[in-house]
Ligand binder design. Structure first.
Ligand code: SF4
Length: 257
């Protein structure tokens, strides 16, 4: 694979996306991952909330490099099963998960914003516990790797394998963006990949304890996220347009949850 120069500015990153975006649509997920790890080195990290898709990426990356970076936004409201999976990942793959927290502890949030912010204002709660910590983490990086799939939500339907993330100002890499849930689970079973025990209890999509429930037969896989609210995204993958002044054509979107 051709060596590429690590981008040091947003314009470099956008140019880099413009150079490979079209051809990358023909690449395998492993090829996309190899490209990202080789191109960005320590300046790229996988972002994961350890859903089934994220587990596929972690396993694939471990077969390409023993030294890849992996981070998670720990809202401090995750299920015990998720924390247990994090321990198993660190043991199996020999890596340390970089855990990123809100600047507000749950107790401080309760004091400032009331007891159940996730019920009174889930967008603010997600901003405090997910979006701001993610923005802080992405500020350290030139690129991030996410496990989003186009068929998960309408917001994700236009995502590319490699795109410019105008919201956070770095390259965004989505290796399995065109995969189906069936492909994800086939990979997991074929490669004996660990996964969250809640998936076997009708939780296809897993977030915080306060905002996730099991789905009923026939429901959309993300129906268990923010039940009772007209909300399907925490804000991590919302598409924002490029500035009109941009001379580089690059797609935009956002990883992980
Ligand atoms: S998913 Fe719920 S509890 Fe978690 S950060 Fe968002 S609103 Fe808060």
């Amino acid at each position: 694979m051709k060596d590429l120069i690590q981008p040091s500015t947003p314009v470099d990153g956008q140019l880099q996306v413009a150079q490979v975006q079209a051809v990358a649509e023909t690449w395998s997920p492993q090829h996309v991952l190899s490209w990202a790890l080789q191109t960005f080195g320590k300046q790229v990290a996988i972002s994961s909330a350890f859903g089934a898709e994220g587990m596929v990426l972690i396993d694939m990356a471990s077969r390409i490099s023993k030294d890849f970076r992996l981070f998670t936004i720990d809202t401090e409201f995750l299920f015990a099963e998720t924390y247990n999976l994090m321990d198993r990942i660190e043991e199996k793959y020999g890596i340390t998960i970089e855990r990123v927290y809100s600047t507000l502890s749950p107790e401080e949030q309760q004091r400032v914003h009331g007891e159940v912010l996730w019920s009174s204002n889930p967008d603010l709660c997600c901003n405090l516990r997910k979006v701001e910590p993610l923005r802080r983490k992405l500020g350290e990086l030139s690129a991030w790797i996410t496990s989003i799939r186009r068929d998960q939500t309408s917001v994700r339907s236009g995502a590319k394998r490699i795109e410019w993330d105008a919201k956070f100002g770095l390259v965004k890499v989505n290796p399995i963006v065109d995969w189906t849930s069936k492909q994800v689970w086939r990979y997991i079973h074929d490669h004996d990949v660990p996964y969250n025990a809640l998936h076997d209890q009708d939780y296809p999509s897993i977030g915080c304890t306060h905002c996730t429930r099991a789905v009923r037969p026939g429901e959309d896989p993300r129906a268990g996220r923010w039940p009772g609210f007209n909300k399907t995204e925490c804000g991590l993958h919302i598409i924002e347009p490029l500035p009109a002044s941009s001379q580089v054509q690059a797609a935009t979107a956002e990883g992980g949850d």
